[in-house]
Design a protein around this ligand. Sequence first.
Ligand code: SF4
Ligand code: SF4
Ligand code: SF4
Ligand code: FES
Length: 946
Amino acid sequence: MTDSMRIIPMKDIDYGTPARESATQVTLTIDGRSVTVPEGTSVMRAAAEAGISVPKLCATDHLEAFGSCRLCAVEIEGRRGTPASCTTPVAPGMAVWTQTDRLARLRRGVMELYISDHPLDCLTCAANGDCELQDMAGTVGLREVRYGYDGENHRAAAKDESNPYFAFDPSKCIVCSRCVRACDEVQGTLALTIDGRGFASKVSPGALESFMDSECVSCGACVQACPTATLTEKSVIQLGQPEHSVITTCAYCGVGCSFKAEMKGTTVVRMVPWKDGGANEGHSCVKGRFAWGYATHKDRRTQPMIRETTADPWRVVSWNEAISYAARRLKAVQEKHGRNAIGGITSSRTTNEEVYVVQKMIRAAFGNNNVDTCARVCHSPTGYGLKQAFGTSAGTQDFRSVDHADVILVIGANPTDGHPVFGSRMKQRIRKGAKLIVVDPRRIDLVRSPHVEAAHHLQLRPGTNVAVLNALAHVIVTEDLVDHAFVAERCDPADFAQWAAFAAEPRNSPEAVAEACGVPAGELRAVARLYATGGNAAIYYGLGVTEHSQGSTSVMAMANLAMATGNIGRPGVGVNPLRGQNNVQGSCDMGSFPHELTGYRDVADEAVRRQFEAVWNAALDPVPGLRIPNMFDEAVHGSFKGLYVQGEDIAQSDPNTQHVHAALQAMEVVIVQDLFLNETAAFAHVFLPGTSFLEKDGTFTNAERRINRVRPAMPPKTGKHEWQIPCELATAMGYPMHYDDASRIMDEIAAVTPTFRGVGFATLDRLGSVQWPCNEEAPEGTPIMHAEAFVRGKGQFVVTEYVPTPEQASRFYPLILTTGRILSHYNVGAQTRRTANVAWHPEDILEIHAHDAEQRGIRDGDLVSLASRIGATTLKARVSDRMPQGVVYTTFHHPVTGANVVTTENSDWATQCPEYKVTAVQVTRSNQPADWQRKHAAVIETVAAE
Ligand code: SF4
Ligand code: SF4
Ligand code: SF4
Ligand code: FES
């Protein structure tokens, strides 16, 4: 029995102040009841934990107590006055009274003052029924307001509706400062202040700016914290209060935030981050909190479509017709060109269960291992590198671990934009004293933002990660900063000796590599010393590490550093990939790679294959299949003819767009399963509509290996669960596949995957979420891996020779382009471009250093041509002090920019992950779009018109 809806009470219990951890317990009495709580707990929280509710307005349990409203006053025997219970810590033997005549008078007086300056439009207010001021007026028994409403007040204060998602109505503000503290303590942006004093005090974004003009990043923490209707979601203003909620998981990034989808029937009213969410603990970013409107966007396709050729118009058909047509065409290709002429790509945006059935369909029904996943183009080097070093293809820590880090090394990642909720957590830790090292060619926000400053920013040349990491290793070895006890106990001694000798070679010294890397030797030495000796040191990295010709080498080089300094296997340390898409970890775990079945077990291993063959009742091919780039190459050469693509816009997201388009054009059948007619659909013959996360029933696995439930807030708009589509296609191809519901798929995954043996929907409903491995040895999961021993036994040091990428700047292409993403958009933007998030980033921009711009006569806002050896495109330039000289940067969120028109086919030596991060380019002024952009605009218009 599983709980596919998980409808929970609309209002969470608010304990008033945060929980405290202490080995010392304190016993006191509250209203005559004996209560025992950890030392440091507030009287208010102790009361709430005993079921006694003390009135409050300025306190809430995700913010530190502030003590401004005075509503929570209590009487304590032996103490004078009426102290605020939110700011008073418990003491042994304390006797507290929360309800006395004196307190009742006091509280009514406080409420009277608030209400005398409040517009009493409760019946038409958007927060009616969800307003703490209203609740407190009732709680304290306010019956009259003696002061009248004629004097000076704030009731005519102007609204700020500049933010697309929430409104600010200062006439309703009680200046409790919860919003200001949320922006500071939870989000860490400090966009809000209380301006003025006494009666004149008011909340202000920035220096009396509007929300849109301020530093606000629209995370929604202030809106959630506001006890009145002052800060309210526009969707609530429009739709009214929700009536039930469903716990589910964000479908954007690898942080995997849990949300309460607050609903009215089958309409989402708002998404509220869930306090008990293991990854986010009640926080969110603009995407998960607000950018869910794409799920019901008019562009969404909900009916299957087919066509003979890509020149024909699409024809809407029934599911049965679409499935049998797709099966017929795939079988025809196999009959003509052989069993291996078809394959498929799984999606990291779909659930584990949906990925699992797609790879099963390919292996069992297509009869080959031609399955790959979009992780190929992002974190495949993580899978390879961490498996080599530690024995498992996943990050080592949970997110909470960063709270114990003393040194945080961020390399090739931009957490405040790419993984914002974790970025906020990291910032809080840095503000509490952890030292930050940033290794990135671009000055990301973390380098310097309010109350956060990196101790070191190594602004290296793109493509030199391995040289930098080897230089750090050199210092650690030659200055004897190695944790010899850890290495002796936990690692392979022969590998270590070989690696240490390599690292110590003079050619790896900071002085030898400084010029190539563009980083002063002194900085490299200082960073190595800090990492090795600064206490708990944790590495967090992203695509700026993996998407290189030496991506896998860099991952192993980081693992070497962690093992050499003993920074692995406990809280506060580790090597942690910040995964891109919501389920990229899961899609890899689920057997999406051509050489591996679920749990990263080799398809060539007969014992492993036999296990699957017994459960699947199918013979499996022992030969690993084609990777995505091989599929494209073989399509161009004429031997790969049919592709099934699930939720992945390869025509836009993969490198060397022209080559990808040529490959797709050369195929005889392309099947696209997606929410929208994306760029790839222009080459497709069958379109199978998919479901949004709001319709899905299943699980996502985040960057910390946390398996979160995804629960349907509404029925599938397509009339079919997405996992049913591959099942029916496989059946139509002659391999029967059927499940009663998604939980049965997870049961099968658990049966065939040792690290998932204890996972099931019932377990997830009980625990909230669980981090794999979850099995007999770890029934409640494994937050931190490799605690006693590495999964592979002894940790393996690998010699990481630096081999410069062939992609070098030249006279014709003197600049290096690197790419990344920004907070408001996600990946190719298919979802976020269909929301109001476009208000923040309507187009991709090329960031360029002032000197490089000046040399080319480029001014801020000019249209420029960006040309590489592969192709050219046109976009606007921004002169930016974030960039070092010689390096330019852009995002790839808008198809019309086509950043991947210029990226090359260079790729990681081990995994073929494309080298998106290094492309030699020239930038010149331009006055017109590139040719392909003009043609592309016509394609977009055609797709939109269909
Ligand atoms: S939305 Fe977030 S960033 Fe903006 S003011 Fe509120 S808390 Fe601060
Ligand atoms: S906007 Fe809301 S949270 Fe902020 S001070 Fe006013 S009432 Fe309090
Ligand atoms: S941080 Fe990631 S998972 Fe969390 S709300 Fe934002 S996009 Fe969603
Ligand atoms: S809730 Fe304690 S002073 Fe406001």
